[in-house]
Design a protein around this ligand. Structure first.
Ligand SMILES: Nc1ncnc2c1ncn2[C@@H]1O[C@H](COP(=O)(O)OP(=O)(O)OP(=O)(O)O)[C@@H](O)[C@H]1O
Ligand SMILES: [Mg+2]
Length: 251
């Protein structure tokens, strides 16, 4: 690491620090001691083949799976024992796998409900502002604002799932399968949106299968294998070594 890069790394303020995290389901342990770090304004990609524990990890960070051991430190405080709504209010916005849009709520109702659940202070702009910013990011959602969840396409549902997280003004946006199952043009739109958020200083932890796009977007990458961190490095390092992709990701 050059002195310049080392100095830059030191100036990134810690945001999320996952330490020796163990979690699982019933008697089976899925995460066997995972460490993961995201700094303020950083974009980190979480990679790994199917079933390696990516969703289990981000759900544990969001408080939806209990940590059995280890710590989730967010903005300097341990949050692993807190309920999901409290963790969300601290500033973690999760776009869940499968999107989880309510069939019988409109686009606007989704955004309003989540906006109220968030913890954005008055200094950070009013509700109309926050929802307006989501409509600026995704004009399609504005056009569909009175449509119900079950009237939306997969791409529109994903835009809404992202918008629903963004109206809480999260310090850390987490996307579990950012573009899964979407048509190529919609995928492009999601990647452009994430790049714009990144340019605005948004910290992001993103799971996706399109490694090439993640290399363009992210600062660092963490590869999970069977519930352990198997590799971690920068985009340049991942880009330069195809054996990492083949070995851990099978692509
Ligand atoms: N609700 C559950 N109950 C029991 N086992 C589960 C549950 N959810 C996931 N698992 C198991 O935990 C392991 C990790 O699953 P997880 O969903 O975290 O993987 P993943 O890396 O997100 O995979 P994918 O790429 O398919 O989304 C797998 O062996 C899976 O079968
Ligand atoms: Mg998953």
């Amino acid at each position: 690491m050059s002195a310049v890069v080392a100095a830059a790394a030191l100036t990134v303020e810690p945001l999320l620090d996952v330490r020796a995290l163990r979690a699982g389901y019933g008697p089976s342990e899925v995460l066997h001691g995972v460490d993961l770090h995201v700094g303020s304004g950083e974009v980190v990609a979480l990679l790994g083949r199917n079933g390696m524990g990516k969703t289990t990890l981000v759900r544990a960070i969001a408080g939806l799976n209990r940590a059995r051991h280890g710590q989730v430190v967010f903005r300097g405080e341990s949050v692993e024992a807190e309920p999901p709504h409290r963790i969300a209010r601290r500033g973690i916005g999760l776009v869940p796998e499968g999107r989880q849009i309510f069939a019988n709520l409109t686009v606007l109702e989704h955004l309003s409900a989540f906006e109220r659940a968030g913890d954005a202070g008055p200094s950070r702009g009013g509700a109309a502002n926050r929802i307006g910013r989501v409509f600026e990011l995704f004009p399609r959602l504005y056009e569909r604002r009175t449509h119900l969840g079950n009237q939306l396409s997969g791409g529109e549902q994903q835009m809404l799932a992202i918008g629903r997280a963004l109206v809480t003004e999260p310090r850390l946006l987490i996307l579990d399968e950012a573009t899964e199952g979407l048509a190529p043009l919609v995928r492009q739109e999601i990647w452009h949106c994430l790049a714009a958020l990144r340019a605005g200083g948004q910290a992001i932890l993103v799971i996706d299968k399109y490694v090439q796009r993640l290399i363009q977007l992210a600062d660092r990458h963490v590869i999970l294998e069977k519930g352990r961190v198997a590799w971690t490095g920068t985009s340049a390092e991942l880009d330069a070594d195809a054996s990492i992709w083949q070995g851990y990701l099978g692509v």
